[in-house]
Design a binder for this molecule. Structure first.
Ligand code: PR8
Length: 469
């Protein structure tokens, strides 16, 4: 892939994922193919969250005074908020913000709901659209102004300890989510100057796109008691005292889908993990004038059989050249293609084509365990795609002992450079300028016995830098 950005735009259009021609900058239309990938991705996420969270749905609009209550938070978002100022021709006496995220919409309600220690902990999430007037260059699915797929979780706890544990649990949930999708990632603690506005600290997941730039694909924030104090969220302890709660929040967005597309795709187009592919299997009948009806009947039975086993199967009966169909399904990233013609039926075989390996093989269709075999091939495709993605990801990571090595790593190898750092803000910002990168975050704290790559004072943490989206 020579130019990732061009490839990405082309595939979104060709595979009919989203249409970017909608006439508002940073806002796009999900087309049926894209919508299905999004739906299956969200199904995985919902399944993971529903074990310990409950889904809710809050209004889109947040009153100005609520948004403005938490000073640090509002400062962080003030340049990105869209405002509703009128209802028809009438000017509203209180402006309403389109949520850029929902803390200030949800937490006044949390203050009403939390009464007693027995109400805690609770863990809610919602999957909604949020709006951010991004001033940096917008890119489909990667930096949008309407984030259409904003999954935000918000949790409330009685103790600081429980809150820390929740951060760990959220990191585990997202790790499992990205593992299922075969998306590689680093987990770091963002530097203090880059944390979520109002948080005590932020943990972030970053992946690397094929051009070597990193993309933040998820964040987990420990909010401590910042918002509890602002919105007066208190509970009564067993001793009858009123204490402020502790909170966390964490989110992922459309960027997850951008990563699935960007990381697994290749020159032929999309390559979708079976877990999110709209069709996991496509059956292409190879038809000749003689015996066409028998072949079609056979294929219909096979499709039904596989569907009954819980797989998403498409039988392509269109009157088109098989080669044309093959090209289309490769571009659309269907994980497994099956070709069945009269001779295959006679020999009780099918030719299968794996999108991940671009290889054909012949399998027997006679066996009692046929469905299970197909499922295990799909599992192997998922595993192979994940391994391949981690392989490319790891090749993008270098360790540097000096600033020169760091510069060279970023220029020549792209991706991420890891190094030892003193943790000091001024030194970090100087380093970002020298190497023309961003500090992603701290990967390992409390290291000793080595010096900072930039100021040469004793190093305290292993840190990552990269060119970022
Ligand atoms: C929160 N509050 O809001 P966060 N386009 C696409 N994806 C984006 C964009 C954008 N313009 N901006 C951010 N993201 C917290 C946690 C509720 C949930 C994605 O956190 O501001 C990024 O992947 O860090 C980011 O990690 C995630 O949304 C959450 O946004």
């Amino acid at each position: 892939m020579t130019d990732f950005s061009e490839w990405f735009h082309n595939i979104l259009e060709e595979a009919e994922i989203i249409d970017i021609r909608y006439p508002v900058k940073g806002m796009h239309v999900w087309q049926p193919q894209g919508f299905k990938i999004r739906k299956y991705t969200l199904d995985i996420l919902r399944k993971l969250l529903d074990k310990t969270h409950e889904e809710v749905l809050f209004p889109l609009l947040i009153p100005e005074d609520e948004l403005a209550k938490e000073a640090i938070h509002v400062k962080g978002f003030e340049e990105e908020v869209y405002w509703v100022t009128h209802g028809g021709l009438t000017e509203l006496n209180k402006k309403l913000a389109l949520r850029p995220t929902s803390e200030t919409g949800m937490y006044p309600m949390f203050a009403l709901w939390v009464r007693n220690h027995s109400d805690l902990p609770f863990r809610f999430y919602q999957i909604v659209n949020t709006f951010r007037y991004e001033t940096k260059h917008t890119r489909p699915l990667i930096r949008v102004r309407e984030i259409t797929t904003f999954k935000e979780a918000h949790t409330v706890h009685a103790t600081h300890e429980e809150c820390e544990e929740q951060v760990e649990k959220a990191v585990q949930i997202y790790s499992e989510f990205f593992d299922t999708l075969g998306i590689p990632y680093t987990i770091t603690k963002r530097p203090q100057w880059d944390k979520f506005p109002g948080a005590e600290y932020t943990m972030a997941f970053d992946t690397i796109l094929p051009d070597g730039k990193t993309l933040q694909i998820g964040t987990v924030h420990n909010l401590g008691q910042t918002f509890a104090r602002t919105f007066d969220i208190t509970y009564e302890t067993t001793e009858g005292e009123h204490e402020y709660v502790y909170q966390t929040c964490y989110g992922v967005s459309d960027r997850v889908i951008a990563s699935i597309i960007g990381i697994h795709g290749d020159e032929k187009g999309l390559c979708l993990p079976p877990a999110v592919a709209p069709y996991q299997i496509v059956i292409v009948p190879i038809l000749f004038k003689k015996g066409a009806e028998e072949v079609l009947e056979f294929c219909r039975n096979m499709a039904d059989n596989l569907r009954n086993a819980g797989l998403r199967v498409h039988l392509d009966k269109r009157d088109l050249r098989a080669g044309k169909k093959f090209y289309e399904y490769e571009m659309r990233g269907v994980p497994l293609r099956m070709e069945i013609g009269p001779r295959d039926i006679e020999n009780k075989n099918a030719v299968i084509f794996r999108r991940d390996k671009l290889e054909k093989e012949t399998i027997s269709i006679e066996s009692d365990t046929f469905n299970e075999e197909i499922k295990s091939i799909l599992d192997d495709i998922s595993k192979n795609m994940k391994d391949k993605a981690w392989g490319s990801f790891n090749r993008f990571i270098r360790f540097a002992d000096t600033i020169e090595e760091a510069k060279k790593g970023i220029e020549e190898n792209k991706g991420i450079v890891s190094f030892n750092w003193c943790g000091d803000e001024a030194c970090g910002k100087e380093l970002e300028e020298k190497v023309h990168v961003d500090i992603l975050g701290i990967q390992e704290e409390n290291i000793s016995g080595c010096n900072c790559i930039n100021c040469e004072k004793p190093a305290k943490c292993k840190t990552l830098i990269a060119k970022t989206y």
